[in-house]
Design a protein around this ligand. Structure first.
Ligand SMILES: O=C(O)C1=C[C@@H](OP(=O)(O)O)[C@@H](O)[C@H](O)C1
Ligand SMILES: C=C(OP(=O)(O)O)C(=O)O
Length: 457
């Protein structure tokens, strides 16, 4: 079955303006989310490193993950699509990746680029990575600095930006690294390089971040130890294991579910069930925060699938109130602040979100872009260096704004959701980047809202 093709490398993006119509109809019924993006990237990468054929179900077929699929092929793995969400990866074994013949284009995906840097560092090959205009602005030194201690060498543009050339280490050394910022991507890059090294690689994180790498490495047979110490959470992997191909069932993405959940909370008359959502506690900070704000948000049918907790979320229209979101919660909801800000805009009173410095280096400067999204729609928002304060309107927000999305899928979806619950429609300059993480987003929202909720601007 042919792959859904990612946009051609270096093609000029075609902006796709859209509009979230107001007032929206209630969101009702049952929906399923696309597969988890973090887990999908890892399933393809670990499949490429394993011996045997890894069968993946529920893979996210968004542009970011298709970039990872293409990169794994370019590195010599066989990656085939067997049906919708069903993929098979025949791996090359640890240390077995081949030198790619051409530049690897990671599109809009920070996760793909940073995890791949770890994989490449441990293989004795030369490779060059690039990405789109958003990814080429994002910091890569956070991975190249620790990875250089393996013996790998890196050359990049000024400030450590892509394009990035890598000469991997012939005999990579194990790492012992303490993360200066909470980042699952940096942790994972170090652990991936450590797979190729002899001995134990150790990563200490000041605050726990998503642990999909650790969970999936165990699932493929690696020895991984995780321990909480006074210095933080320590993850260790034993190098040069034989990873054995293992089936992976990818849960629905909680970061995608976030948009549907907030839409249902804000649009009067809504009651929506979002089925099969991954509920790893290192991903669910938004849902805890929404409950503190008074959200009627239940979990049904809790179960474990593919080593990850999964459940059905039931969200009903609710009156929300402002809260303070502590900085130590940020790693468990790092991608959810733009949509939380939309919920906060409709809440009674002020919401303060702390510890947001990392938002400045996502697909856009999300702190600035989120504040601008709210301001364009008549909501008062104050962005500090590391925090955002939103003055809630206590009901439907004015809306009517034209939101600049800066190549950022989460800004685009947040703005369109705001439009569903605003007094006047909200438009975005470009919804095309939604394809990176949530293909079919507008059609799915329209399906639950009786059609026409999101349409051409
Ligand atoms: O490891 C991952 O899959 C991710 C980690 C987070 O990035 P950081 O590691 O930069 O915090 C998150 O923002 C990103 O969407 C996915
Ligand atoms: C930050 C994100 O992804 P990435 O870092 O992989 O581009 C995201 O999806 O919100």
């Amino acid at each position: 079955m042919p792959d859904p093709a990612p946009a051609a490398a270096h093609a000029e993006p075609q902006p796709k303006p859209l509009r979230g119509a107001a007032p929206g109809s209630p969101l009702r019924g049952r929906v399923r989310m696309p597969g988890d993006k973090s887990i999908s990237h890892r399933a393809l990468m670990f499949g490429a490193l394993a011996v045997g054929t890894t069968r993946i179900g529920g893979l996210l077929e968004g542009e970011d993950v298709l970039r990872t699929a293409a990169a794994m092929r370019a590195l010599g793995a066989s990656v085939e699509r067997a049906g919708p969400g069903a993929w098979e990866v025949a791996g090359r074994g640890i240390g077995g990746l081949a030198e790619p013949a051409d530049v690897l284009d990671m599109g809009n995906s920070g996760t793909a680029a940073r995890l791949l840097a770890g994989l490449l560092a441990g293989h004795p090959l030369f490779a060059v990575m690039t990405g789109d205009a958003s990814l080429r602005k994002r910091p890569m030194r956070r991975v190249t600095e620790p990875l250089a201690a393996t013996g790998a060498r890196f050359w990049s543009r000024e400030g450590g930006r892509l394009p990035l050339a890598v000469q991997g280490a012939a005999e990579p050394l194990p790492l012992d690294y303490t993360l200066p910022v909470a980042s699952a991507q940096v942790k994972s890059a170090c652990l991936l390089a450590g797979l190729c090294a002899r001995g134990t690689t150790r990563v200490t994180e000041p605050e726990p971040t998503r642990d999909h790498t650790e969970n999936m490495l165990r699932h493929f047979g690696a020895v991984v130890r995780v321990e909480d110490t006074p210095a933080g959470r320590v993850a260790e992997v034993e190098g040069q294991p034989e990873l054995a191909a293992a089936p992976v069932s990818v849960p629905g993405d909680p970061s995608s579910a976030a948009f549907l959940v907030v839409a249902a909370l804000l649009v009067p008359g809504s009651r929506l069930t979002v089925e099969g959502v991954g509920l790893n506690p290192l991903r669910t900070g938004l849902f805890a925060t929404l409950r503190e704000m008074g959200a009627d948000l239940a979990v049904e049918n809790e179960r474990t699938e593919g080593g990850e907790p999964v459940g059905d979320l039931v969200a009903s229209h609710s009156a929300l109130r402002g809260v303070e979101v502590p900085p130590d919660r940020a790693p468990s909801m790092i991608d959810e602040y733009p949509i939380l800000a939309v919920a906060a805009a409709a809440a009674e009173g002020e919401t303060r979100m702390l510890g947001l410095r990392e938002l400045r280096v996502k697909e856009s400067d999300r702190l600035a872009a989120t504040a601008a999204l709210l301001a364009a729609n008549g909501v008062h928002a104050a962005a500090g260096e590391d925090e955002l304060a939103v003055r809630g309107t206590g009901g439907a927000v004015p809306g009517g704004g034209a939101v600049v999305t800066h190549m950022d899928h989460r800004i685009a979806m947040s703005a369109l959701v705001m439009g569903l619950a605003a007094r006047a429609p909200v438009s975005v300059d470009d919804a095309s980047f939604i394809e990176t993480s949530f293909p079919g987003f507008a059609a799915l929202v329209n399906g639950t809202a009786g059609g026409g909720a999101i349409g051409p601007a």
